[in-house]
Design a protein around this ligand. Structure first.
Ligand SMILES: Cc1cc2nc3c(=O)[nH]c(=O)nc-3n(C[C@H](O)[C@H](O)[C@H](O)COP(=O)(O)OP(=O)(O)OC[C@H]3O[C@@H](n4cnc5c(N)ncnc54)[C@H](O)[C@@H]3O)c2cc1C
Length: 768
């Protein structure tokens, strides 16, 4: 049904019921926006017993849901119409509402859910038709209802998700009606949560998105597959997307914005572009797989490819129990099942390995292991889940058959066994050489860990033989053609056609495998604690002037600044770092924001002992004047003959007059110039430059050398003045000398009615 045909039927100003399901937000919510434009709004959430007691639903889902609903209620309340909750079967709840408020129009997002929600939606549609209630379901992702084939699907995805996210409604007119308070576990008869899960709600979801796009995601493609790195390096947005506290469009939009920002930024880590592109491709997959369940809902229960109907007829309860309990005797497989039980999350490759183990190595029918996993995932998204379960169990038949070898995966993804030891403590003392196959270790008999449940190599060979035999039938071929038509991605075919059209070989050459960095698990940031994902408390360096504290609040609270702080703590523990910690922020301390008249930007601090004291180009009294500063003094005297160079290199007298002597990177390792570049200082000092740029009165920006000159892009206010030239270092002194920056700076200040700088330094020591 189109939006306009429904709108024509819905009487303006009749009550508009907005039914929230898996879309628990007010932002980018088209049913809410459309309803608000038409009349008073009744935002409804229905606690449905058949969903709450579904085998896939658990206490962790309920706890997360409660937190999402509490925040949604708060957001709706701010707009004028708090959330109304009711408990019961959806049609009965709607019928009761009809009695309470009279005729209404019903709005919701299209949902691609499990069989229970599919049947429920059918009953609701039938009830609406019988009652004459206009019911509008609007898409919220790239899944297309009543799709006939996949041609052109990607264009629809782009049309929907490439559009900008919608704003929340400006105001909601409430409908006076009674709801139930948010249900508690005991009211809903749902078991309490036993997992350690992130908090639900939009606020944490937004912070998770931000920390991924600005900090955590930089190594995404290289780090997504190992369980050592994936926890922090994957986005962790699957639960916010499954509960709808963020819309997929919002995530696509933020990713593209970030991609545009890093593209033009030569200071940005070059890995970002590849990482963000790889991430965006997963956002396509999200809908690509959901579309399969939408188009063929029976795939929750039956093999997608009917040639596999009788493939795994038997059931082995003991095998299943050992698999679910993490007791198969294969260490990585067991570590994953235990982590899943404890946290409700695994990365993609480990998810694929766990179901592959059950379906191929244990030869169990995929339905019950699939249901067990769906129950465990906090982010359970039936469309993605069942499509993946079938794909990894080999029952789709349009992809290459892949069976994961649990020992080979363990060696590749957890080479030192750190992840295994964390989740399978019985193996803690097994030497690393044997951690992936403890049964061959001489001490195996002393372990309280089981022997392998099957011989993996043999089981894999047997599974492959059975699957290949089933593939070798006319029924399989016909089914594979049908499945490709309805469900197959057209991306590879389109790429192949494009390559051939350009005269390239149809297949690109395969790249070599690169060595992977293995991180230290204990050094990984806690994901959903205050250091990364939750809104971060601002770090406040001591004794900073209030003006800087206010202007840099966001910079001090940014995830990148917290990470920088951790890097510096580790660096100071292992190396000599300059300047000494109390002097790192000396430039900001000596020149409050309100006093800044001139900003002289350097690259990073001097790296020799005793030289750096927190001001660009300056050294403390008693330290030999470095060559760059000698050239600055030469130019100073040439430019202003009345000013005579001092015998020291202490520039604090300039700082006291409003010359902000800032370096782009504020620390360095002894003897290793520029060693702290790329750790996060640049983002911080860019924020300092932006704060200076925001001053209403003129500031002169003195940018010496190619590095500093790149920062000219941050100086956008037309009333400021930029003086650029070569760097004063002996390497470029010839181009620096004669540029007269001091007199030009004073002229620019005078022109704007500001008092000039007295560039004369005291002959022997700085005056504070
Ligand atoms: C057997 C199995 C079951 C799965 N069940 C679910 C499920 O119930 N819910 C779910 O969200 N994902 C599921 N996935 C896909 C994937 O493993 C998770 O989306 C991912 O691990 C979630 O973590 P993340 O958000 O940090 O992922 P990221 O790598 O940061 O990816 C970002 C988003 O892209 C989408 N995405 C990523 N990988 C895939 C993929 N392979 N297929 C489809 N979409 C993808 C998800 O929306 C994910 O949140 C399943 C995978 C397998 C093998």
């Amino acid at each position: 049904m189109t939006l306009s045909s429904v709108a024509a039927r819905a009487r303006p100003s009749a009550v508009q019921v907005v039914w929230f399901k898996k879309d628990l937000r007010v932002h980018d919510h088209s049913p809410l926006l459309e309803a608000a434009a038409r009349g008073p709004v009744l935002p409804l959430y229905v606690f449905e017993p058949e969903q709450l007691h579904h085998p896939e639903f658990g206490g962790h889902h309920f706890q997360y849901l409660q937190q999402c609903l509490a925040e949604l209620d708060e957001a709706l309340g701010t707009l004028g119409a708090p959330l109304i909750c009711r408990h019961g079967e959806a049609v009965q709840v709607l019928e009761a509402l009809h009695q309470d408020v009279g005729p209404f129009a019903l709005w919701a997002h299209e949902e691609t859910g499990n069989g229970v929600s599919d049947q429920r939606d059918r009953r609701v549609r039938a009830w609406c038709r019988a009652r004459g209630v206009p019911f509008t379901e609007l898409p919220q992702n790239g899944v297309v209802r009543r799709l006939i084939h996949r041609d052109g699907w990607a264009a629809t995805w782009e049309e929907r998700l490439g559009a900008p996210p919608g704003p929340p409604p400006s105001h909601l007119t409430p409908v006076p009606v009674r709801g139930t308070p948010l249900l508690r576990h005991q009211d809903a008869n749902v078991a309490p949560n036993t997992k350690t899960i992130p908090p639900g709600g939009r606020r944490v979801a937004e912070a998770t998105l931000a920390s991924f796009l600005t900090v955590r995601g930089v190594g995404y493609p290289a780090e997504m597959s190992s369980p050592l790195t994936a926890e922090a390096s994957c986005s962790r947005l699957s639960a916010p997307l499954a509960f709808g506290t963020l819309s997929l469009r919002e995530v696509v939009h933020a990713t593209r914005q970030r991609l545009a920002a890093v593209h033009g930024d030569r200071d940005a880590d070059p890995r970002w572009v590849r990482s963000l592109r790889a991430f965006e491709s997963r956002l396509h997959w999200h809908c690509h797989f959901m579309q399969r369940l939408e188009s063929e809902p029976r795939m929750e229960f039956e093999p997608l490819n009917r040639a596999f109907d009788d493939l795994r007829p038997g059931w082995d309860q003991l095998r299943y129990d050992r698999w679910a309990a993490g007791q198969t005797g294969y260490p990585l497989q067991d570590a994953c099942m235990r982590m899943l039980a404890a946290t409700g999350w695994l990365n993609f490759r480990m998810r694929a390995m766990t179901i592959s183990f059950a379906s191929h190595l244990l030869w169990l029918p995929w339905q019950r292991p699939g249901q067990y996993l769906a129950h465990q995932w906090l982010d359970n998204e039936p469309g993605i889940h069942w499509a993946q379960v079938q794909m990894q169990s080999g029952t789709v038949g349009i992809n290459r058959l892949r069976i994961y070898n649990p020992t080979r995966q363990a060696r590749a993804q957890d080479p030192t066994g750190a992840f295994i030891r964390r989740w399978v403590p019985e193996l803690r003392d097994v030497p690393t050489d044997f951690i992936h196959a403890p049964w061959v270790w001489s001490g195996a008999s002393r372990l309280t860990y089981p022997a392998p449940i099957v011989d993996a190599e043999q089981a894999m060979r047997a599974a492959k033989a059975q699957l290949m035999a089933a593939r070798d039938t006319p029924r399989f071929a016909a089914e594979a053609r049908r499945i490709y038509e309805l469900h197959g991605s057209r991306k590879k075919a389109e790429l192949r056609a494009e390559r051939v059209a350009r005269g390239l070989p149809a297949k690109p050459p395969r790249g070599g495998t690169r060595a992977r960095h293995v991180p230290d698990l204990d050094r990984q940031p806690g994901l959903f604690d205050a250091t990364v994902a939750a809104p971060l408390p601002a770090i406040r360096p001591a004794r900073l002037p209030g003006s800087w504290q206010t202007a840099l609040t966001d910079a001090f609270a940014a995830p990148s600044f917290h990470q920088l702080k951790n890097v510096l703590t580790a660096e100071r523990a292992a190396h000599t770092i300059f300047p000494p910690a109390p002097e790192v922020f000396a430039a900001l301390r000596l020149t409050p924001l309100e006093d800044v008249k001139v900003l002289i930007l350097g690259q990073d601090p001097y790296h020799g002992a005793g030289q750096a004291h927190g001001l660009s180009f300056s050294v403390p009294p008693g330290v030999r004047v470095p060559p760059s500063l000698q050239n600055i003094y030469r130019e100073l005297h040439q430019d202003l003959p009345d000013v005579s160079p001092p015998r020291h290199g202490d520039l604090r007298r300039w700082a006291a007059q409003g010359v902000l002597l800032l370096n782009a990177v504020l620390t360095v390792r002894q003897g290793q110039p520029n060693s702290h570049a790329g750790h996060g200082w640049e983002a911080f000092t860019d924020a300092v430059i932006r704060a200076v740029n925001a001053k209403p009165e003129r500031v002169v920006f003195v940018l010496w050398g190619a590095y500093a000159r790149k920062k000219a892009r941050l100086v956008t206010a037309p009333h400021h003045h930029i003086i650029e030239s070569a760097h004063p270092s002996p390497l470029s002194a010839a181009q620096f000398l004669g540029t007269r920056p001091f007199s030009r700076a004073n002229a620019a200040l005078l022109e704007a009615g500001r008092s000039p700088i007295d560039w004369q330094l005291t002959p022997d020591a700085a005056v504070r």
